[in-house]
Ligand binder design. Structure first.
Ligand code: C5P
Length: 215
């Protein structure tokens, strides 16, 4: 069995950074499942797809021409690593992620990331839906204030402008949507270790995950 570590949690909980570093330390592959929803959202925004048309969005998701090359995310030959991090794309991703057909269309793509020697998968439903038998499941969380602060820094570092007030509101709206949707709601998977990183840096969180994996 190829081992999988799932790291789920709300927006800007630090799961991306932690999952990436854990994967590096173990020499495992890494799946950023949120990027797949973001890629679908970016495609839809660019094509002017009706954001209420579940069927059309699912088709886009099913036929995404994307690849992950080192740290870069490529969509139809274009490097969109930064473009998919824009707030508009994240908000659209969170809206289209409520459609069952869109989620279903991305399942096969996600399962395909499980390759030897192992996988670290980050998202919302990695431990609950996509890899329910993963030997280690982690649910990473942090206070809204801590997460808004991290998102602010991330956006400024990428050259986007950002307002703390707007970020707090967006985060709460997205949490609300992710937690209350009927399909794959954001809750800790059965058997998940919950890790609150409000007062923790990324290295400490990585160490904790590696300890759990070793035990
Ligand atoms: O993690 P990230 O913020 O990049 O994800 C973008 C959006 O995609 C989230 O707000 C969430 O609604 C959705 N998502 C999801 N299931 C996943 C990963 C992301 O519904 N496994």
């Amino acid at each position: 069995q190829i081992p999988v570590i799932t790291i789920d949690g709300p927006t800007a909980s630090g799961k991306g950074t932690v999952a990436h570093r854990v994967a590096d330390k173990l020499g495992f592959h890494y799946l950023d499942s949120g990027a797949l929803y973001r890629l679908t959202a970016l495609s839809a925004l660019r094509r002017g797809t009706d954001l209420a048309d579940e069927h059309a969005l699912a088709k886009l998701a099913e036929h995404l021409h994307c690849s992950f090359q080192g740290g870069d995310i490529i969509l139809s030959h274009e490097n969109v690593s930064d473009a998919i991090r824009a707030e508009e794309v994240g908000n659209t991703a969170s809206k289209i992620a409520t459609f069952p057909a869109v989620r279903h269309a991305l399942v096969g793509l996600q399962l395909g990331f499980r390759k030897a020697p192992g996988l670290v998968a980050d998202g919302r439903d990695m431990g609950s839906v996509i890899f329910p038998h993963a030997p280690l499941k982690v649910f990473l969380t942090a206070s809204v204030a801590a997460r808004a602060g991290r998102r602010y820094k991330q956006l400024i570092d990428k050259g986007f402008s950002a307002k703390m007030e707007d970020l707090l509101m967006d985060l709460q709206a997205r949490d609300d949507r992710d937690t209350h949707r009927t399909i794959a709601p954001l809750v800790p998977a059965e058997g998940a270790h919950v890790l609150d990183t409000s007062e923790m840096n990324a290295d400490e969180a990585v160490d904790q995950v590696l300890k759990w994996y070793a035990s």
